[in-house]
Design a protein around this ligand. Structure first.
Ligand code: F6R
Ligand code: MG
Ligand code: MG
Length: 386
């Protein structure tokens, strides 16, 4: 029977700043889902990373189910009431609309959902990041499903040898493209290196996959809060569901993609590059410089609609090295203060509060009369674009 895994997340208030969720709020959301999910969900799990509350749901309603979306929306609403009562910071922050209107997309929360044909044993990992953006998943998803130095299964396992198909979204132009690895590897990389614009949305197996032909095996939240709200309301801390084993990346091949703390954008005020630090749930609170950006991995097995787990995968000394490197990178970068490339380039500061500061300086600018001829000419020829 077709089964759907839906993961919906939102920041509905945190304490003391954008640091961590508040347990009574988590409890309220959990109680709401428990009370209202009978006959709709076959199972669910509530967790949190930094200031984001995360709901993983299993059901048979298919993706984009109004009932499932509404349940998550109402659970976040109920949690927001508790957050407001105790004065949590940013209570209800990601709930951008007043009333639910059939689909939670574009209303603030992040959504990753996929319809699956469950295998005899259906293991998967939910990755949840805080203080970064959906494009932060481009590199690790590529490594898991396309890089044989990360995933030797691509070389060794006949079911993986054909590679995988990537669905990539251009989130600025609202367009998508499908490209396959290995034959389109360079084209895939030509796009997804620009992680603020091109984001991997889904990964599929090939038709020739013996055990799981043409199946969706990974999905990432791609919601852009700033484009919805028109101003900075927090980076869109993303989440992903990745199915593993048996002709897909092994659990350890999937985790291996996070063994090097690569740089992502987000962190303080959504305006800085910083290393992505893999942590267990116990260390999933955002402290230094509101970070550093973190990723948690929860491992589940699904059978007959029921979840076993989760296993807190990065809660392990095997990732101590990655954490140490991340802190070294933090020390190195922080000494640059507000300078690029620690601070994001202008193009990515557009939806932060910086343009408000620059606007106030506009009237104080005067023309440079003795500017070199060439510069003046250039200014003339580009004045239509000012
Ligand atoms: C980043 C984030 C925080 C805030 C920062 C300032 O995604 O949420 O780093 O941007 O704490 O927050 P405000 O402006 O709310 O005081
Ligand atoms: Mg936040
Ligand atoms: Mg967050």
């Amino acid at each position: 029977m077709k089964t759907t895994i839906s993961h919906i997340k939102a920041d509905i208030g945190s304490l003391p700043g954008h640091t961590t969720v508040f347990s009574p709020v988590v409890k309220e959301v959990e109680e709401y889902v428990k009370k209202h999910s009978a006959g709709l969900l076959t199972d669910y799990h509530i967790s949190s990373v930094g200031d984001d509350l995360q709901i993983t749901m299993i059901h048979h309603e298919g993706v984009d189910s109004p009932e499932v979306h509404e349940l998550a929306w109402n659970a976040f609403k109920a949690g927001t009431e508790v957050a407001k009562k105790v004065g949590l910071y940013g209570a209800g922050q990601d709930l951008l609309k007043d009333a639910f209107s059939g689909n939670i997309k574009g209303m603030g929360p992040g959504i990753a959902e996929m319809d699956i044909t469950p295998r005899k044993s259906e293991p998967f990992i939910v990755y949840m990041m805080d203080k970064t953006e959906p494009g932060a998943f481009n590199l690790p998803i590529y490594k898991m499903f396309a890089d044989p130095f990360n995933t030797p299964g691509l070389v060794i396992d006949p079911n993986m040898h054909e590679g995988f198909r990537f669905e990539i979204w251009d989130i600025q132009e609202a367009k998508k493209i499908e490209l396959s690895s290995p034959e389109n590897q360079y084209d895939i990389l030509a796009m997804i290196g620009s992680k603020g614009r091109y984001v991997v949305k889904r990964v599929y197996t090939r038709e020739s996959h013996e055990k799981l032909p043409d199946e969706n095996v990974a999905v990432i939240t791609t919601d852009k809060l700033s484009l919805i709200a028109g101003e900075y309301v927090g980076k869109d801390d993303p989440a992903a569901i990745v199915r593993i084993q048996s002709g897909l990346p092994a659990s350890g091949e999937s985790l291996e993609a996070f063994s090097h703390p690569f740089l992502v954008s987000g962190w303080m005020r959504g305006s800085f590059n910083g290393p992505l630090m893999p942590v267990g749930l116990n260390n999933a609170k955002m402290t230094r410089f509101d970070g550093p950006p973190r990723v948690v991995a929860l491992g589940f097995v699904l059978k007959d609609g029921k979840l076993s787990g989760p296993v807190d995968m990065f809660d392990d000394p095997a990732f101590d090295g990655a954490r140490r490197t991340a802190i070294d990178v933090v020390d190195y970068l922080r000494r640059m203060g507000p300078f690029e490339p620690h601070r994001l380039p202008d193009s990515e500061m557009e939806y932060t509060t910086l343009p408000k500061i620059l606007e106030t300086l506009g009237p104080k600018f005067v023309k440079i009369e003795d500017a070199p001829k060439k510069a003046k000419k250039l200014a003339e020829s580009t004045k239509d674009f000012d």
